[in-house]
Design a protein around this ligand. Structure first.
Ligand code: HEM
Length: 415
């Protein structure tokens, strides 16, 4: 039965975990425990580990782990096939985020398949289109400058809390039509929700965000504006307004999808910049090449994955997958596929352009991709213009956090 986001009921999709729960059709030689996102090798150097998967693993394998067993795809071509065939690989029940079964909602538009998916996505497409996001550029630039000016004379900063986190939070508040005075509160909620190891702290943060966003949605219904929350609250699908869980599920997914991903991406890039002074100079020396520089950095330092459920039997590279199997496209590994990107870990700003999978592909291609590119571009331009020379504070040990969005936990910089 297709899902109905207007009247949500928790879906019943079994989550197989661990070596005991391997479906009978999976050949034993393809069962592995690679430790993607959790293993020691991954946490030591995530992107080097992702590149090495092309040597150490078969192109398709069935990964067993304590979170969710799934087929893993690391070839660029296979991931593209998965992402473009929703009639075989569905998004229903494919996201990992837990919710209260008594107050259930779907994350929109990510958890619905076409053709219904298009109707939800269409609501925000004008805002997130390349021309739509250009309208945000001046604001993003002034937010970035304000954050840099706060730390510029201090000789150093904790990049994560001084810039990497507040920038996407500020952009989110601006997009939604929420007050910038909420920035520090939102930053602390986002840190607790997305990075605390303590479930109680995470639960409290989620509750605070939920209460705040639900009230904000009500307020926008009373006093609408042109921003995202109002757009969603006023939108109609098939002639009816969206239900409260639909509006909340959409707003909430923007929060989850748009904060941590940009944050982690900025952290990776700034770590690399801190360690490569000559490459910083190269960026500054070729300002006209900024779009290629951003694209190449996004390719090498991609941070997240796409998950799907098989709904129709399919074969990939001779491997049979059956309805009910979960599949993950390991996008950071696909972006480092040496068949498509030779010498894949090398950051080459003059590489011939090919489609990167950082933002996935197909109908669910990241809705915020143009915005994310703009945020990274503005951050690079504004930061390097003001703080061209900086390095990692001596003695720093970079710790990567485990989880579905890969990134360094802290990044103390000095200049
Ligand atoms: C560098 C930053 C970002 C990365 C790496 C990223 C990555 C992704 C990926 C891989 C997907 C597809 C997931 C799938 O196929 O299952 C996705 C979807 C999505 N992202 Fe992003 N994202 C980023 C920034 C943003 C921003 C800034 C926003 C909005 C504020 C956003 C909103 C969304 C939405 C709404 C979807 C669902 C699209 C749909 O289902 O049609 N993302 N993102």
């Amino acid at each position: 039965m297709a899902i109905d986001p207007a009247r949500p009921v928790p879906p019943v999709f079994p989550r197989l975990v661990g070596p005991e729960q391997v479906p009978a059709h999976v050949p034993p030689k393809l069962v592995r425990a690679a430790g993607i996102t959790t293993g020691e090798a991954f946490l030591a150097a995530p992107h080097a580990y992702m590149a090495a998967l092309h040597e150490t693993m078969p192109p398709v394998w069935y990964d067993v782990n304590p979170y969710c067993n799934a087929w893993q795809l690391i070839k660029h071509q296979d991931a593209l096939y998965m992402l473009r065939h929703h009639e075989i690989f569905s998004n229903e029940g494919a996201t990992p985020f837990p919710r209260d079964p008594d107050d259930y909602f779907y994350f929109l538009p990510i958890e619905v398949d076409p053709p219904l998916h298009r109707k939800y996505r269409g609501i925000l497409e004008p805002i997130f289109s390349p021309t739509g996001v250009l309208a945000l550029e001046a604001k993003i630039r002034s937010l970035a400058r304000e954050l840099i000016d706060r730390v510029r004379d201090q000789g150093g900063c904790e990049f994560t809390t001084d810039f990497g986190r507040p920038l996407p939070v500020s952009v989110f508040l601006d997009l939604m039509g929420l007050p910038q005075e909420m920035r520090d509160t939102f930053v602390s909620w986002a840190v607790d929700l997305l990075h605390s190891q303590d479930r109680e702290v995470m639960g409290r943060a989620m509750a605070a965000i939920t209460t705040y966003l639900k009230e904000a949605i009500e307020e926008k219904r009373r006093r609408p504006d042109e921003r995202v929350i109002s757009r969603i609250a006023q939108a109609r699908i098939d002639g009816r307004p969206l239900s409260p869980p639909e509006v909340f599920g959409y707003v909430c997914f923007l929060f989850i999808g748009g904060l941590d991903t940009v944050f982690a991406t900025l952290n990776h890039i700034w770590l690399w910049l801190a360690e490569h002074p000559e490459r910083r100079r190269e960026i500054l020396a070729e300002p006209e090449n900024i779009d290629n520089q951003v694209e190449e950095l996004l390719r090498v330092f991609s941070v997240t994955f796409s998950g799907r459920m098989v709904v129709r039997e399919v074969e990939i590279r001779g491997v049979r997958m059956l309805p009910g199997d979960r599949v993950t496209a390991v996008l950071p590994a696909c972006n480092l596929d040496p068949e498509v990107f030779p010498d894949p870990l090398r950051v080459d700003f003059h590489r011939p352009r090919k489609p990167i999978l950082t933002f996935a592909a197909g109908p669910h291609t990241c809705l915020g991709a143009h915005l994310a590119r703009l945020e990274v571009k503005v951050a690079l331009q504004e930061w390097l213009a003001r703080i061209p020379d900086f390095s990692l504070r001596p003695g720093t040990r970079i710790v990567y956090r485990p989880g579905g969005v890969v990134g360094p936990e802290r990044l103390p910089l000095q200049w």
